[in-house]
Ligand binder design. Structure first.
Ligand SMILES: Nc1ncnc2c1ncn2[C@@H]1O[C@H](COP(=O)(O)OP(=O)(O)OP(=O)(O)O)[C@@H](O)[C@H]1O
Length: 690
């Protein structure tokens, strides 16, 4: 029976169309899904590199591009573009089947043809060839198309190869790059397998069977079952993660079982949350009695997970087996079974620490951290235990006498909290861990793991019995914006051999990514498994404008600049709710909202469901994403925030960690942007800005 398929490349273009054009696209392609396309006018293109490509009229300005393989009775939507661009795109592309992997590949043949004379000319000047040492048969073994080999043979430098990156199919480019960098054929194959998580080679590959190749390429092509499914896909154009998982994501999320705790890391926007959501669905589908906990750090992150899960899982029964809650709410709920918890917030704690610090040579922040990061983190219950413990992560050594002073000051605060029947959230997690009678879930999936406190880790550990698929841990040490530094090994959680890394960014353009990564500075992040975590290989296939950085003389001028920036995005047709404004402090958030409103722009503080520009602190931006982001107040007073940084003289290690945390915060805010990033500051720029 005839079938409709959608290529991954189609959705981002469709998502960015005006609603009226989207309607036209939907109406046109609904006919394909209803299998009435025999009557549709698909046009062949004169001089096309691939005779199987057709175009179809959407309206007088827009055209769709469709692949119509000779065999298999499938039509695949490839692109939707303005008329001339659609024709040029359709004329330039060539579809092939990778002879080693059996997957569908596309290359920009027109661009390769255009580059060929220049490469020939460059090759005339030297006898050296980049792939002179590799036999044709080995290139073929790696999946290089036979008809590309003459072009490959012309290459004389790695820079020339890199110029082909976006024109060649990804697996072929990875193989060639590996060879160019000195790897042998086997190592190059391993690179391909690692980057694409390829299965072993299929038994036989028919180069003309594009439909069979599409079926082996679920990250690139999705098959649609009827008009209803098409409508559902088109109704959520930015949520293509529901249908297209990258092969690496697929292998991690859909692996039938892990023998113990598994860990997934990756830079911002690499689809860690998406992978966690698909894992949750897979585990929850195992049976009626399965109980899955999907958890994260804050309430608004949990709400975002809940909303995404509702999009991903249609079957209400499967959906109900997944309990979504942030860790503090879990602890609150468990303790709440026994007594009504009363949380001590900053307004209670600050005066207590200030008072306690008065009788010591230490600052209130120092004491608070010693409590949270050593005493609570290690679950120390007596002074004797504290006097002999290893204070991992703290920069200033404390002898026994000094520890005794600290212990007394901390106890003063703990006793006062007890007297007032109040607890902090890490205390509550400790109490909850004690109260839990036994495992309450079959599987625990944790997002934003880098920010979880050791007491919360202990609670999560107790909520699920040790064994296969117990913990699925997802996080990015480069986005650590709270004070938690844990070593999973010290908590008895061993992820060795079950760790994976995602490297391909799906949210942000390469331009925004490169700029944002430079905000992090040069120190490597400390991974949860005690190893240094780098962003090697972190990249985006999308390109766009470079971020802008604007300096203003005073704050009023900066807020005026913000209004102009937001107005210009709105004038370009960007929907208000897809514009975000991030600031380091709450007072700046309030000012920005007031200023935008005064100018007639609908603006709301995050979290808000209202359809307007979303303004929030950088902390609140975590887990969200926007088409355009304005980061305001990126000046040297706010970033780093002096309030959030321990003085170097007091504790150099804590100072370094705090500064890094501030860098991460700015990185988090900037990487929320899909297409545009505009950063501004008043007077002097933050030292973090490149
Ligand atoms: N396979 C995919 N296909 C299409 N879009 C994807 C895919 N995977 C992720 N995305 C999109 O990329 C964006 C980032 O995904 P996600 O939030 O899961 O990343 P993350 O690694 O958790 O990011 P962060 O650490 O910044 O919170 C989202 O818009 C998501 O829909």
């Amino acid at each position: 029976m005839a079938q409709l398929a959608i290529a991954n490349s189609f959705m981002p273009q469709y998502a960015r169309l005006e609603p009226k054009v989207r309607k036209g696209v939907e109406a046109t392609f609904a006919k394909f899904a209803e299998h009435t396309y025999a009557g549709l006018h698909l046009e062949k293109i004169h001089n096309s590199r691939d005779p199987r490509i057709r175009t179809i009229r959407i309206d007088q300005f827009w055209r769709g591009v469709v692949l119509a393989p000779e065999r298999g009775d499938v039509h695949c939507l490839l692109a939707v573009l303005p008329h001339d661009e659609a024709i040029a795109w359709a004329r330039s592309r060539k579809f092939t089947v990778n002879q080693r992997l059996g997957v569908l590949e596309v290359r920009d043949q027109a661009a390769l043809d255009e580059m060929s004379p220049a490469l020939s000319k460059a090759a005339e000047g030297t006898a050296f060839r980049l792939f002179g040492h590799v036999f044709d048969k080995d290139l073929i073994k790696l999946g290089i198309d036979a008809d590309l080999i003459p072009l490959v043979r012309l290459l004389t430098t790695e820079a020339h190869l890199q110029a082909l990156e976006r024109r060649l199919p990804e697996p072929q480019y990875i193989a060639l790059l590996a060879l160019a960098q000195g790897m042998n054929v086997q190592q190059a194959w391993e690179e391909v397998a690692k980057s694409l998580s390829c299965e072993e080679r299929p038994a036989s590959v028919d180069p003309d069977d594009l439909v069979a190749a599409m079926r082996r390429t679920p990250g690139q092509v999705a098959f649609v079952n009827g008009p209803e499914e098409l409508r559902d896909i088109l109704a959520h154009p930015f949520d293509t993660w529901r249908i297209f998982l990258h092969p690496v994501q697929r292998q991690i999320a859909l692996r039938p079982s892990y023998s113990g705790p598994a860990q997934v890391t990756g830079g911002a926007g690499t689809g860690k949350t998406v992978t966690a959501l698909h894992r949750a669905r897979l585990l929850a589908s195992k049976g009626d009695a399965t109980r899955v906990l999907l958890t994260t750090y804050t309430t608004n992150l949990a709400q975002a997970l809940e909303a995404q899960l509702a999009l991903l899982i249609e079957d209400e029964r499967v959906r109900e087996r997944i309990h979504v809650r942030n860790v503090d709410a879990i602890a609150y709920g468990i303790v709440g079974r026994h007594r009504r918890p009363n949380i001590a917030g900053g307004e209670v704690l600050e005066p207590l620490w200030t008072e306690a610090a008065e009788q010591t040579p230490y600052s209130p922040t120092f004491l608070n951290r010693e409590w949270e990061q050593v005493i609570l983190a290690q679950g120390l219950e007596s002074e004797a235990d504290y006097l002999t413990c290893t204070r991992t992560g703290r920069g200033v050594p404390l002898g026994q006498g000094k520890r005794s002073t600290v212990w007394k000051a901390v106890q003063q605060v703990v006793d006062r909290l007890k007297a007032e029947e109040k607890s902090t959230f890490p205390q509550l997690a400790n109490e909850a861990a004690e109260l839990v009678g036994g495992p309450e879930y079959d599987h625990v999936i944790l997002d934003e793991a880098q920010d979880i406190h050791p007491t919360q880790w202990r609670l999560l550990r107790r909520l699920v019995a040790e064994g296969p698929d117990d913990l699925f841990i997802v996080g990015d040490p480069h986005q650590r914006i709270y004070d938690s530094h844990v070593s999973l090994a010290s908590l008895g959680i061993n992820v060795r051999g079950r760790s994976s890394k995602l490297k391909l960014n799906y949210r942000t353009t390469q331009e925004i990514l490169t700029w944002s990564v430079s905000l992090l500075g040069l120190s490597p992040a400390q991974g949860l498994d005690d190893s240094a975590d780098t962003l090697d290989g972190y990249r985006s296939p999308m390109h766009g404008r470079r971020p802008t950085v604007t300096a203003y003389d005073d704050q009023e001028a900066e807020l005026d600049g913000l209004v102009r920036q937001v107005r210009s995005w709105l004038d370009e047709g960007v929907e208000p709710a897809t514009i975000g404004v991030a600031a380091r402090y709450k007072y700046m958030v309030r000012k920005a909202v007031e200023r935008l409103k005064a100018d007639g722009v609908k603006a709301f503080q995050v979290p808000s469901k209202s359809a307007g520009v979303q303004v929030g602190t950088m902390h609140r931006m975590k887990g969200l994403e926007f088409r355009c982001i304005a980061v305001i107040g990126a000046d040297d007073h706010s970033l780093p925030s002096s309030r959030a940084v321990t003085p170097e003289a007091e504790d150099p290690k804590a100072h370094a960690q705090d500064v890094q945390k501030e860098r991460c915060l700015l990185f988090v805010a900037c990487t929320r942007a899909r297409d545009r990033l505009a950063v501004s500051y008043t007077a002097s720029a933050s030292p973090f800005l490149p």
